[in-house]
Design a binder for this molecule. Structure first.
Ligand code: RIB
Ligand code: CA
Length: 310
């Protein structure tokens, strides 16, 4: 039985690959895509999501969400990595696909309330939409089967020494989600930094003669330029697709149950995911945190998804 998911994202090169994977794999039923400000402004990430679903001819509704975080001022967008459009690199035709009129939060609430509690939320951007939905309609919390998100780290941050971008962009929202009582499966930088879209990976995927392969290669070629300039790496970490790969085959990633809470009071460490890796406290284990990934198996899953496109 395919797993029903809502993908909440801020495309973003890696978000776009996550959309490509989730839209086609038989293990997943993509109910909708919701967008949130993060890598770029809400307008730009929403346009990017529409361009991806149009380019790949994906028949999934796209809903626009929150343009600002819950409390803090909006963070600077990530032009260094994703460019001015937020999805620099690929060339798209004139955009004719349009968003749904319903707000993303309304879609999330209505879909969950009408469900049998079998829907997984897959956030790959800041958690603003998810947290707002929980605050507006608390009855959705027991209806959420699981949250599998890309965000956080128990080692080094990527936007400050201590924080990862998605959490740092809206720490209060992350606090609400991690303390909601819903089990969070956290794909953090600790493992996403092991799946680097190296030139050899791009070469491997380019052998598939279809639009998904072309999109992947065009995205990663640009993505790697930004990563090289910012971090000096030959290949960018393919962060967001680790969520979808885990849903397709959980054996690809090793997780460890532990307590995680979010730092929202410190200036220096705002947005830090404090993961109790060594189980030093008696706090509830509210999160399954990714501690390792089978890199070869991960790329096999990515390639399998690409091969599913005509
Ligand atoms: O820190 C990496 C995360 O921030 C990824 O989801 C990337 O797309 C950006 O949103
Ligand atoms: Ca993202």
């Amino acid at each position: 039985m395919a797993q029903k998911i809502i993908l909440d994202c801020d495309p973003g090169h890696d978000d776009a690959v996550a959309i490509m994977m989730a839209a086609k794999h038989p293990e997943i039923e993509l109910l909708g895509i919701t967008t949130v400000r993060g890598n770029q402004t809400l307008e730009k990430v929403t346009r990017n999501a529409l361009n991806v679903v149009q380019y790949l001819d994906i028949d999934v509704p796209v809903y626009k969400g929150m343009s600002v975080p819950m409390v803090i001022e909006p963070r600077p967008v990530e032009e260094r990595v994703h460019g001015d459009s937020g999805l620099d690199g690929p060339q798209f035709d004139e955009l004719t696909r349009t968003i749904e009129s319903k707000h993303a939060i309304q879609f999330i609430i209505e879909t969950l309330m009408a469900s049998d509690g079998d829907i997984i939320l897959v956030p790959t951007g800041p958690l603003t939409n998810i947290a707002m939905a929980m605050r507006i309609e608390p009855r959705i919390v027991p209806k959420i089967k699981q949250i599998v998100l890309m965000g956080g780290c128990y080692q080094l941050g990527n936007v400050t020494p201590s924080a990862e971008f998605n959490i740092w962009a809206d720490g209060e929202a992350a606090h609400i989600v991690f303390s909601s009582g819903v089990k969070v499966t956290m794909m953090g930088l600790d493992i996403t930094r092991k799946v680097l879209a190296l030139p050899s990976v791009i070469e491997r995927m380019s052998k598939h003669d279809n639009r998904a392969a072309k999109l992947f290669c065009d995205l990663m070629t640009f993505f790697n330029k930004g990563q090289k300039k910012t971090f000096g790496w030959e290949g960018g970490p393919l962060h967001d697709p680790t969520t979808v790969a885990y849903l397709i085959d959980p054996s690809v990633i090793t997780v460890k149950s532990m307590h995680t809470d979010i730092e929202i009071n410190s200036e220096q460490s705002y947005g830090r995911t404090n993961c109790d890796y060594f189980l030093l406290t008696d706090e509830p284990k509210n999160s399954d945190v990714a501690i390792d990934v089978d890199v070869e198996q991960f790329w096999d899953i990515v390639e399998e998804c690409i091969s599913l496109y005509e």
